[in-house]
Design a protein around this ligand. Structure first.
Ligand SMILES: Nc1ncnc2c1ncn2[C@@H]1O[C@H](COP(=O)(O)OP(=O)(O)OP(=O)(O)O)[C@@H](O)[C@H]1O
Ligand SMILES: C[C@@](O)(CCOP(=O)(O)OP(=O)(O)O)CC(=O)O
Length: 423
């Protein structure tokens, strides 16, 4: 067993931070529910962890009597199969850990007997359609792998995160990421690979319109199961449409070809929602506000004759809007604020969060500026044009960002280094 001289009351910890991601070619449907193996490849953008990320501290100590986890300060059960799988797979790959200064040595075989405490915090709303599960499971697996000195590469680690939540595997890398569905029955080749890092296409600006922060009615897990069981269109999507789109999307990303990128992303989001509608009973993830956002973008793109903005929607009503540069992002922000102004009681600081400099570029520095916005030219002469006050809860301005990182600053740890309990 691990030793520290004659004492046994030590705690060893690791802290990591992992980003969330947004798919531009969607994962929807599993060929193996147990191992979480998808029916098609998918491609995502990793979002800047500064604005959307999970931070997780994992600790081990001989004084811990069982595995425990806290999420956003509240203890949650670790008994769920997905947590258990991640813990089991990481433990299997654990190696010796020694800290000579602290005179601690944990042997490889000790990990089967030692228990862990895990505390995680999301810097954005959990279970609100902003992919907290992706950031969360990526961070859990990444941080446990650091704590247990796992030597496997990030691709292999991603295939463990995949078993927590499919989309989580794509959060193990920054930039532009592909989850290759793989062929092996054991899922060993169903993992994430980085297509390009976060420095590849730095002009892109991402604006998320948070339409509703309520929990959704149909989880992704059960939604995609029902689609696979009942949709007549999903097979065609997975076998014919997506493989061709994945190749084109890889090319668009490699060439920083925004027009092609935007067309593919919008088409794939719409097809994903079409197969949801083709499910029996049909699944509606978007709402009227989502549809109005699509209209706003489509009208603008059409009037310019070339895509100004791409939109994509996951299993919920929130819109993720991607602009090719800051100038277009500012014009988009004006359009969004014109059509979806905040409620009277909101303030600008909490209505637009993240990279607020986009607001300045849009010439908006006060609530009065939002009131005074002119309708955009493409809708100006078309009556009636309405403003939908309060229909968007808030906006998050962000960008493509980096992959998981170890946080070495001990003050950022979420567990107390002496007790191993949440701070
Ligand atoms: N930081 C975290 N660490 C570990 N698990 C997490 C973390 N954050 C979220 N989860 C897990 O993910 C679940 C939420 O996943 P869910 O799919 O319902 O929402 P979401 O991922 O935020 O939204 P969506 O999948 O629609 O984008 C939580 O109940 C919890 O089990
Ligand atoms: C619409 C999506 O966001 C679906 C994500 O599904 P999850 O990864 O949440 O599902 P499970 O694997 O069952 O946990 C599209 C995507 O992220 O590719």
């Amino acid at each position: 067993m691990a030793e520290k001289g004659s004492e046994s009351e030590w705690v060893v910890m690791a802290t990591g931070r992992s980003p969330t991601n947004i798919a531009v070619i969607k994962y929807w449907g599993k060929r193996d529910e147990d191992l979480i193996l998808p029916i098609n490849d998918s491609i995502s953008l990793t979002l800047d962890p500064l604005h959307l990320s999970a931070t997780t501290t994992a600790a081990v100590s001989p004084t811990f009597s069982r595995d425990r986890m806290w999420l956003n300060g509240k203890e949650i059960p670790l008994s769920g199969e997905r947590y258990q799988k991640c813990l089991r797979e990481i433990r299997k790959r654990a190696n010796e850990v020694s800290d000579e200064k602290k005179r601690i040595k944990i042997k490889k075989e000790d990990w089967d007997r030692l228990h862990v405490h895990i505390s995680s915090y999301n810097n954005f709303p959990t279970a609100a359609g902003l992919a907290s599960s992706a950031a969360g499971f990526a961070c859990l697996v990444f941080t446990l792998a650091k704590l247990m000195n796992v030597k496997e590469d990030l691709g292999q680690i991603s295939s463990i995160a995949r078993q927590g939540s499919g989309s989580a595997c794509r959060s193990l890398f920054g930039g532009f990421v592909k989850w290759t569905m793989g062929n092996n029955a054991d899922g060993s080749d169903s993992l994430a690979i980085q297509l390009a890092d976060e420095e590849h296409w730095t002009d892109l600006v991402v604006i998320i319109a948070v339409v509703s922060s309520k929990q959704k009615e149909t989880s992704s897990t059960s939604g995609m199961r029902e689609t696979v069981q009942t949709s007549a269109l999903i097979k065609h999507r997975a076998e014919t449409v997506v493989p061709a789109r994945v190749l084109k999307m890889e090319e668009a990303i490699a060439n920083r070809d925004f027009a092609s990128f935007a067309k593919l992303a919008c088409a794939d989001s719409n097809q994903f929602h079409a197969v949801c509608l083709d499910t029996s009973p049909p699944i509606f993830y978007m709402n009227d506000t989502s549809h109005r956002i699509i209209n706003l973008v489509e009208k603008w793109n059409h009037s310019e004759g070339t895509p100004q903005v791409a939109y994509t929607f996951d299993a919920g009503p929130n819109a993720v809007l991607i602009s090719p540069n800051r100038k277009t992002a500012a014009l988009l922000m004006q359009r969004l604020l014109y059509q979806f102004p905040p409620n009277q009681e909101s303030d600008l600081t909490s209505f637009v969060v993240g990279d607020k400099s986009i607001l300045q570029d849009a010439g908006v520095t006060s609530m009065k500026d939002i009131e005074n916005l002119e309708p955009p030219p493409e809708i100006k002469d078309k009556v009636p044009h309405q403003r939908f006050t309060g229909d968007v809860s808030y906006f998050i301005c962000t960008r493509v960002g980096s992959g998981p990182k170890v946080l070495t600053d001990e003050t950022l740890a979420l567990l107390d280094p002496v007790t191993g309990l949440p701070k």
